[in-house]
Design a binder for this molecule. Structure first.
Ligand SMILES: NC(=O)c1ccc[n+]([C@@H]2O[C@H](COP(=O)([O-])OP(=O)(O)OC[C@H]3O[C@@H](n4cnc5c(N)ncnc54)[C@H](O)[C@@H]3O)[C@@H](O)[C@H]2O)c1
Ligand SMILES: [Zn+2]
Length: 346
């Protein structure tokens, strides 16, 4: 089932009414964490009818709580409160709450209705779209999961007003990735400017790019893999820094986009002008972090062991031009090291 997408503001009666209609006649559970509870729930209570009786279930925030144990606690409450599969779970929060909410709903009585109200930029432009749900399993990220699309997704950019700056940065990296993938030079020029403002229109356009890719390739046989642009190197960096000074996902993706663009340029795939353009857009939005040359081997080995890699060398999505990604490009340790040196990351 495809999700119905709504863009607007919960301060607007007509928009709030859409959610009232979606939950009409159903018992409602709202799943949230302490931050989305504090910052976002009251906006829903003001104009959405039918929420006053809702079961509010708060989970502790953070990736470390994206576990099966937390899901079990929610399944227990659903059972105690006698929710049926026709009732509805609203996930109100960032990517962690949306991923878990979708997973909990998919498994409860073989699938109850689920609605997402994403409250971080990353959840709006990335996590809420595409139907991937799940939890982490020990050190393995998103190791347990199922595909499950929510029936509705409600996007309200007012939730971004309380979001810490670093969380905006996380979403911004994925937005830039989307525009690199479709080669929207004009949008990237806008994003290079200090005047660029993230609003509902920008969110809607970015969502449309991911939605389009996912609809063409829901099961990740080909096209959907292009969404991994920047992510092979990002996962290597994130994994390496995890027990040192953890790097946020978005910042790691920004580093990954730059290094992978340099690998493409060094390999003669991407024109120097295009690389320069990508570097300008990224440098205008992110602060670069330096690593030590002796760390590169460990980072490379982590890319090799990435769950999405199935060959003897890491393979990446590389750009041959803006809007022209190609899949499964094998990258040797020398190619990776050279690119890291060339972009001054060591
Ligand atoms: N399903 C997918 O396709 C997909 C895609 C990308 C990422 N993800 C997942 O998304 C997760 C990351 O999402 P995230 O970055 O939103 O993390 P998150 O859910 O941890 O939210 C980040 C922080 O912002 C807080 N927060 C949420 N809304 C707020 C608001 N309006 N005001 C103030 N604080 C607020 C949260 O409590 C949390 O502390 C990861 O688990 C990742 O695996 C899933
Ligand atoms: Zn990402």
């Amino acid at each position: 089932m495809k999700s119905v997408l709504h863009f607007g503001s919960f301060g607007d009666t007509a928009f709030a009414k859409q959610l009232s209609l979606a939950i009409e006649g159903k018992k409602v559970m709202v799943l949230l964490d302490e931050n989305s509870h504090r910052e976002c729930l009251s906006a829903l209570f003001q104009l959405v009818d039918g929420l006053s009786e809702a079961e509010i279930v708060e989970l502790p925030s953070g990736e470390q709580n994206k576990t099966l144990e937390m899901c079990e606690a929610v399944w227990s409450t659903l059972t105690e409160c006698q929710f049926s599969r026709k009732d509805v779970l609203i996930a109100l929060g960032g990517g962690v709450i949306c991923d878990m909410g979708g997973f909990i709903a998919a498994l409860y009585k073989r699938g109850m209705d689920c609605i997402y109200v994403p409250t971080t930029l990353l959840a709006m432009v990335d996590a809420s779209v595409g139907g991937k749900t799940g939890v982490d399993f020990g050190p393995f990220k998103n190791h347990l999961g199922v595909f499950n699309e929510p029936s509705h997704i409600f996007f309200d950019d007012h939730f971004l007003l309380t979001l810490p700056e670093k969380e905006i940065v996380n979403g911004l990296a994925e937005m830039i990735k989307h525009y690199l993938l479709i080669g929207d030079r004009e949008k990237l020029v806008q994003m290079r400017s200090a005047d660029f403002i993230i609003n509902l229109e920008q969110i809607e356009q970015s969502v449309a790019i991911k939605k389009n890719v996912v609809e063409q390739d829901p099961n990740e046989k080909g096209l959907r893999k292009t969404l991994n642009l920047g992510h092979t190197v990002a996962h290597g960096l994130e994994g390496f820094l995890l027990d040192k000074e953890p790097m946020d996902h978005g910042l790691a993706v920004a580093h990954g986009l730059l290094v992978e663009a340099k690998i493409a340029e060094n390999g003669g795939l991407l024109k120097p002008d295009d690389f320069q353009f990508i570097e300008d857009v990224l440098s205008a939005n992110f602060e670069w972090q330096k690593l030590k040359k002796e760390d590169l081997e460990d980072i490379y080995n982590l890319m090799l062991n990435d769950k999405k890699n199935d060959s003897a060398v890491p393979s990446m999505v590389l750009l041959t031009a803006l809007g022209q990604p190609i899949l499964d490009q094998k990258v040797s340790k020398d190619m990776f090291t050279q690119a890291m040196v060339d972009v001054n990351f060591v």
